[in-house]
Design a binder for this molecule. Structure first.
Ligand SMILES: [Zn+2]
Length: 278
């Protein structure tokens, strides 16, 4: 599932083609994704000028001159495909597509249909039912050790589960939580309420560094999408623990690491080093 860095990368790729353009054609090929698409979506978007983009957690908001924002979520497997309008007109599982006045088409491809599209007044974006409960943006100034500590106070769940709760901090999922906990030297099984203080400071720094590096990697992958038929959504990234079961971690000093372990925690794979994460 795309997490904050992938969503940020997709949004930047979309913005490169759509910001400042007018939508001359809008097509809905499938009226129900995770939820039904808003009625009249094609009519309401056709002719609209795209002012710009904003990301909130794992959501993309495309702001239109008429005062509405298109809310987009990629779900489990959604991706954005960009190409020249008119060429290769139908892509399998392309449920929603817009074309610009300068001849580009941008489509949402989502075989599993867990993604969705909605319209919300731009002035009320943050009151949308899916955005209203989101916690702070981890890369913005409002996310601090004090804020994180307050959110974790009294929580008896494991810190990993707490960080995946979008109300604690927005945009993190399984991969980047594993990575940030490793970088902070905090066990994924630690009771969340015991993290506040110096550990919370380490964790905030680790989350920021992890996300910033991944966004930079995504940004460099965007160069591949400058040409037609680019596909936005996922990029290769060198994770430190995720997917590295049995390998030595990079933080263990001296005697070799006992190896990165994988356990199933809350139904998801957790990767960690039991030696450096406490
Ligand atoms: Zn290790």
């Amino acid at each position: 599932m795309p997490e904050l860095p992938e969503v940020e990368t997709v949004m930047r790729g979309m913005a490169a083609r759509l910001a400042g353009r007018r939508l001359v054609r809008v097509a809905v090929h499938r009226a129900d994704l995770r939820w039904p698409l808003p009625p009249g979506l094609e009519r309401r978007l056709t002719g609209a000028e795209v002012l710009g983009f904003r990301r909130r957690g794992k959501y993309i908001l495309m702001r239109l001159a008429g005062g509405d924002s298109l809310l987009l979520h990629l779900g489990m497997s959604g991706r954005i495909v960009i190409g020249r309008a008119g060429a290769n007109a139908v892509t399998a599982h392309e449920h929603f597509v817009v074309e610009t006045d300068d001849g580009w088409r941008v489509g949402l491809v989502d075989p599993r249909r867990f993604g969705f599209v909605d319209l919300v007044p731009t002035a009320a974006e943050d009151r949308h039912r899916l955005l209203a409960g989101l916690g702070p943006e981890p890369l913005e100034a409002g996310f601090s050790a004090a804020v994180l500590s307050a959110a974790l106070a009294g929580k008896r769940t494991a810190i990993k589960a707490a960080l995946m709760d979008q109300g604690v901090v927005a945009g993190l999922g399984n991969i980047y939580v594993c990575e940030a906990l490793f970088r902070a030297g905090i066990s994924p099984f630690r009771v969340a309420a015991t993290v506040p203080g110096v550990r919370a400071e380490r964790l905030v720094s680790a989350i920021r560094a992890t996300l910033t590096e991944a966004i930079a990697a995504g940004g460099s992958s965007l160069r591949d999408y400058a040409q037609p038929n680019g596909e936005l959504g996922y990029f290769q990234h060198a994770w430190k623990v995720y997917g590295r079961e049995g390998e030595a971690c990079e933080r263990c000093p001296g005697p070799p690491c006992l190896g990165i372990r994988r356990v199933v925690q809350g139904g998801r794979s957790t990767y960690y080093c039991g030696r450096v994460q406490r």
